[in-house]
Design a protein around this ligand. Structure first.
Ligand code: HDE
Length: 700
């Protein structure tokens, strides 16, 4: 990985931890004993005089800083951004002028509700915050994996977050939205409904940070070198396609591997499978500001991609894990007001509030105004300010600290009028009375919620109904359940009735029919599967003594060739003896893992393998879970017989004497010996399809 300007700058900050030298105090004094405190005798009291002991404990006592009030749980990575072509026709931002410009980036992904130590796979919005270290200063695109937000005006944010967070009397629930106060707020604040549809969809449980979209949410403004403006909405699209977990799986993962998404990001980068996203923009001419049936300043609305296509303008590659979580990921300070010339804000009232909140939050969280000097936050562009002092000032400034000055040689000089390097706020004309009132153009809260609902595929709609039932089923107050169902009735009667039935609420009368004439297929996960690749997918291969070694090898090779990661799982660690007498290494012992940590499973054949598996409860559970969660299952030779112990599933019915059968993601081949090309390509296709939703239920 080539060193970029950010990495070179960062290298200068890597702590000079002594390699081989003796332990010292903070003052550099060598310490010869750190296991026993200085005491008055072997059984006597500890002495104040022990400065090493006091320093060690004091430093420990002060290790914690406040976690982020929202988005506390996260994972970060460095990388770079490259435009595909010059964007000069609509923005003068230097980092978007030519494909030859490579800009270093730091990205932090996060959940919103839970604390720093909460599980990754909760039902929640995911943050997607990117800091571009451009030659003109830092540009932060602080977005989410959903294109709309819960509220329209930032003044409601504390109310919304108080309702969403664990309830104040008992601090329950952690990392979950299924509780009374959130739904109370939602049922009384219909502007939340569109976002709640997204939150109840599978978008809220991404399979991986590498497989989710990102959105700037608000309408921003590009400004070109003549001062001309264009409205812009930012979109990130993952190259691996957009994929989600299923709710049952997400819940089990919260216990099996609470770090599931964080680990996945880390491992992908460590293995060289660098996550990649395309940055796209929806561009809207300023003259078309009122050409839409939604207000572009309303953050609870989208502009459908079918109406304004997303134009790809560049790619982001994440190719480096941080060296220290606290120093980098935890201390990363994003701010929507970190703008560069060529990118400006609009009057979206939510965005306007954010312009205040992010700096304010960093001041308390990072303990003073010098957080911008922390390595992860430092721009690579030169910084020359008259700001001085404050807690933890790391720099030694010389010269004057005011403008204008003559004694400091007039430095730093002020950019003159027309200096193209300077940020100039777009001279938008504004006028109006000082009022507290929501614009009438913000009032329709149901049409787009309905558009979302009707644009989903059948299985997505099923999952949404299940999610509403789950969440509202955990709400104690019947009045809140009822009011929410009433609200859903404005979105779609079928949805409201299906939810009502599951939560013991009387279905409401048929409401307004809002089914839109034009749907937005781009909203459905069906349209976002990506290139159909198996790259980086985790495949379990179940092996025991007597397994057909050639089949195992064939499967491993076929998967590796396509960039998937196959792991052999056995009842114990170490190795198993293959049918050819050769030892086959075991990657993980089955008791330490579960099906929810894998994307697919293969049951190879072999004299003993199938029989052993058929008798092994953990293996049966593994395959059954993979089946229930819609994952690809492959079985070879006598492995097909082991699969049959899950009958009656009626899928992948074996053909005597060989031949590959592929049915709704269950791929079988009873032939013994090598895995055929037909089998491996059918299995790869089944994995690439991600999930198979139309299987009959298992009866046991
Ligand atoms: Fe944030 N948000 N937010 N937010 N937000 C924070 O800043 C806030 C909003 C988002 O990885 C905080 O440094 C207000 C929308 C992300 O470090 C805080 C409002 C979107 C992150 C804050 C919003 C976001 C934050 C908490 C309504 C998507 C994590 C810690 C006016 C476009 C960044 C911090 C990271 C973090 C305030 C609404 C995304 C308190 C007041 C809309 C991804 O400043």
């Amino acid at each position: 990985m080539p060193e970029d300007s950010k990495q070179r700058q960062r290298a200068a900050h890597l702590a000079d931890d002594p390699a081989g030298g003796p332990l010292t105090t903070d003052q550099g004094v060598v310490v010869d004993h750190t296991d026993d405190a200085l005491a008055a005798g072997e059984r006597g009291p500890t002495l104040m005089e022990d400065f090493h002991f006091r320093e060690k404990l004091t430093r420990f006592d002060h290790e914690r800083i406040p976690e982020r009030v929202v988005h506390a749980r996260g994972a970060g990575a460095y990388g770079y951004f490259e435009p595909y072509e010059s964007c000069a026709s609509f923005t003068r931002a230097a980092f978007l002028q030519a494909p030859t410009v490579r800009t270093p980036v730091f990205v932090r992904f996060s959940t919103v509700q839970g604390p720093r130590g909460s599980a990754d796979t909760v039902r929640d919005v995911r943050g997607f915050a990117a800091k571009f270290y451009t030659s003109e200063g830092n540009f932060d695109l602080v977005g989410n994996n959903m294109p709309v937000f819960f509220i329209q005006d930032g003044i409601k944010f504390p109310d919304f977050v108080h309702a969403l967070k664990p309830e104040p009397h008992n601090e329950i629930p952690t990392g979950a939205s299924a509780h009374d106060t959130l739904w109370d707020f939602v049922s009384l604040q219909p502007e939340t409904l569109h976002m709640m549809m997204w939150l109840m969809s599978d978008r809220a449980i991404p399979r991986s940070y590498r497989m989710m979209q990102g959105f700037g949410v608000h309408t921003f403004r590009f400004v070109d070198d003549r001062g001309g403006g264009t409205f812009v909405k930012f979109h990130w699209k993952p190259l691996l396609g957009v994929h989600s977990l299923v709710w049952d799986e997400a819940q089990e993962l919260q216990g099996r591997d609470p770090d599931f998404n964080r680990r996945d990001l880390w491992q992908a980068i460590e293995s060289g499978a660098y996550p990649e996203y395309e940055l796209g923009v929806q561009l809207i001419d300023e003259r078309d500001e009122f050409a839409f049936d939604v207000d572009l300043l309303d953050p609870t609305k989208i502009v459908p991609e079918e109406r304004v296509p997303v134009r790809p303008i560049g790619r982001l590659v994440l190719d480096r894990n941080p060296d220290e979580f606290f120093a980098e990921t935890e201390q990363a300070a994003f701010h929507v007001a970190n703008l560069v010339p060529g990118i400006d804000v609009t009057n979206d009232p939510l965005l306007q509030a954010r312009l205040f909140s992010y700096l304010d939050t960093q001041l308390i969280r990072l303990g003073g105004p010098n957080f911008g000097r922390l390595p992860v936050n430092r721009p690579v562009a030169p910084v020359r300010t008259n700001q001085r002092d404050g807690y933890h000032q790391p720099d030694i400034h010389t010269g004057t600290a005011y403008s204008p000055n003559s004694l400091g040689g007039g430095c730093p000089a002020i950019a003159g009028p027309g200096d193209t390097a300077a940020f100039t706020h777009r001279a938008e004309r504004v006028e109006g009375a000082k009022i507290r009132r929501r614009s009438p153009s913000f009032q329709d809260h149901y049409t787009q919620a309905s558009l979302f609902w009707h644009s989903m595929s059948d299985w997505e709609r099923r999952h949404i109904v299940d999610a509403f039932r789950f969440e509202l089923g955990k709400v104690g107050a019947m009045s809140v359940r009822e009011r929410t169902v009433e609200e859903l009735n404005h979105v779609d009667h079928g949805l409201a009735a299906a939810v009502a039935e599951g939560i013991g609420v009387v279905a409401p009368e048929i409401g307004a029919d809002r089914r839109p004439d034009v749907l937005s297929p781009a909203l459905s996960l069906e349209s976002l599967r990506g290139p159909g690749s198996v790259r980086t997918r985790q495949i379990a291969v179940l092996v025991t003594d007597g397994v057909d070694t050639r089949q195992v090898r064939d499967v491993h090779e076929a998967l590796a060739a396509e960039g998937a990661v196959a792991e052999s799982l056995a009842p114990h660690d170490g190795q198993v003896d293959g049918d050819d007498g050769q030892g086959h290494p075991v990657d993980r012992a089955l008791p330490t893992v579960s099906s929810v940590q894998y994307d697919a499973v293969v049951l190879p054949g072999g004299p003993a393998n199938a029989l052993e598996w058929a008798a092994d409860d953990a293996a049966i559970r593994f395959v059954r879970d993979a089946y229930r969660h819609g994952k690809a299952i492959g079985a070879l030779g006598s492995g097909v017989g082991a699969l049959a112990t899950l009958e009656p599933h009626g899928l992948g019915t074996a053909v005597e004497g060989g031949g590959t059968v592929s049915d709704r993601g269950v791929v079988t081949d009873t032939a013994t010996g090598r895995a055929s090309g037909e089998f491996t390509s059918a299995f790869l296709a089944a994995v690439a399809a991600h999930r198979h939703w139309d299987r009959p239920r298992l009866l046991r």
